[in-house]
Design a protein around this ligand. Structure first.
Ligand code: KG4
Ligand code: ZN
Length: 329
């Protein structure tokens, strides 16, 4: 089964062709990062306009790279939410146009399910599984007993992991998006500052990262007030260590209640070196998997893979498909 998929929920315009539930034939991604560097973050109105500009080209390239024509495609998949509403609408309208013109069935895909199924690319997931979604907009722990069975057990009560990386980067004077830059400079630093692990020991599976961001601000203000020299690299490494340790503590707690065979860590911040190192070496008797780096951030291939499993459940949409900025798994 060949699926053509569209992803435009935030600041990447992406179109992909995937085969069945694990193989990627093409995955064109047009990032908008360079445009948003000068704004320090995504401007929704500009993002939608950029998607409109780029989507036709990206669509053509995805078919070309896969070596197929639109006639070979069996299904059209598209991210329906959550995400920026104007940005989502561009992908949905493109997908609907192709589906209608070419008379192909349409499948709407939840963006977070897409992130989870990025772990399925070239890899078999073992169930029951714990999915740890850490992206710019979401931080969720999800138990899956089988394919397309999502049971959310916890989420962030304020900032998401990627969001707190971006905010701490701004505090450190690094440009948007801060996650990759913090990752880079932290490699030259040491975790010498003791930062909080918010809610790490609370009696649930929820997170709170905004206090950690405030703690970093306060640490810098105190050091500067006392005239103590510091290295941004050490702050970055101390911060990353606190995030990785908080995730570790909550996952460890979840593993006591839920007997899972595999943990998949997905989303933009699953690209982080410290998080990858900490989580891949901390758990015994359970496999810990991360998608390949190129499938951690937003991309259409993960949407196509997720769509395949939705189709297996007999769930297909039609032209009434709507964009939704807040769509639960
Ligand atoms: O999943 P994603 O591409 O978009 C959303 O669905 O939100 O995630 C984007 C987030 C950004 O906040 C970015 O800073 C973060 O992922 N990110 C990272 C790294 N690379 C991207 N965070 C930490 N370390 C990284 N290496
Ligand atoms: Zn995402």
């Amino acid at each position: 089964m060949l699926i053509l998929s569209f992803e435009s929920s935030c600041d990447e315009t992406s179109v992909s062709v995937t085969r069945d539930g694990c193989a990627v034939l093409s995955n064109e991604v047009l990032p908008q990062i360079d445009i948003f560097k000068e704004y320090g973050g995504v401007v929704p109105e500009i993002s939608s306009r950029e998607h409109v500009k780029g989507i036709t080209l990206v669509y053509k390239k995805a078919l070309e790279d896969a070596g197929v024509t639109i006639d070979d495609i069996d299904y059209i998949a598209v991210t329906e939410g959550p995400g920026l509403i104007g940005s989502l609408l561009t992908g949905i309208n493109a997908a609907k146009t192709v589906a209608l013109n070419e008379n192909k069935p349409l499948v709407g895909v939840n963006h977070l399910s897409g992130h989870i199924y990025a772990a399925r690319i070239d890899h078999e997931i073992k169930f029951p599984c714990l999915a740890v979604v850490i992206s710019g907009g979401h931080t969720e722990l999800v138990i899956m007993n089988e394919d397309y069975d999502f049971n959310k057990i916890g989420s962030t009560t304020d900032d998401a992991v990627g969001e707190v990386f971006d905010k701490v980067a701004r505090i450190l004077g690094l440009p948007y998006p801060g996650g990759p830059l913090i990752d880079k400079i932290a490699k030259e630093g040491k975790p010498i500052y003791d930062l909080p692990r918010p809610m790490a020991h609370s009696n649930d599976y929820n997170f709170s990262f905004s206090g950690l961001k405030s703690a970093v601000s306060k640490l810098i203000a105190d050091l500067e007030k006392d005239g103590i020299e510091y290295k941004k690299e050490d702050i970055a490494m101390s911060f990353e260590t606190a995030v990785a340790d908080t995730l570790y503590q909550k996952i460890k707690k979840a593993l006591k209640e839920y007997k899972v065979k595999e943990i998949v860590v997905v989303g933009g911040s699953a690209a982080n070196s410290k998080i990858r190192e900490t989580l891949s070496t901390s758990f015994k008797n359970v496999e810990v998997t991360f998608p390949a780096m190129k499938y951690c951030g937003d991309n259409a291939a993960m949407i196509g893979i997720s769509a395949y499993y939705k189709i297996q459940k007999g769930e297909i949409d039609d032209m009434s498909l709507k964009a939704s900025s807040r769509l639960d798994l």
